[in-house]
Design a protein around this ligand. Sequence first.
Ligand code: SF4
Length: 120
Amino acid sequence: MKKELICVNCPVGCRLTVTIENDTVTEVTGNSCPRGKAYAETECIRPERILTTTVRIGNGLHRVLPVISEQALPLDRIMDAMKVIRHVQVQAPVQVGDVIVPDILGTGVNIVASRSMEQV
Ligand code: SF4
């Protein structure tokens, strides 16, 4: 089976052609660097995404705090991760990089603050 992808690892956006046989990537063409091959292999076999969202924050400058996953999460776990994050509320002050949800869903990935927020 052949699959067409656009590599999103940098602004060049190489058009990749991926050959998949028995759930294994056997060939990647169109990539200008090794990152494209790695992206194609991950995207076709076990896609991942960086999760960016917000959590509620009390006593802060704003009502919500932007958060981000420290590493990419398996795409099929994103909705479950959002269900956990939806119930989280933190209190200001928060510093950028503070761990908001450690080891979400046992993935080993922390959800961290992507900005600081002072207390008001
Ligand atoms: S293959 Fe390399 S050069 Fe091409 S878009 Fe991906 S990261 Fe950029």
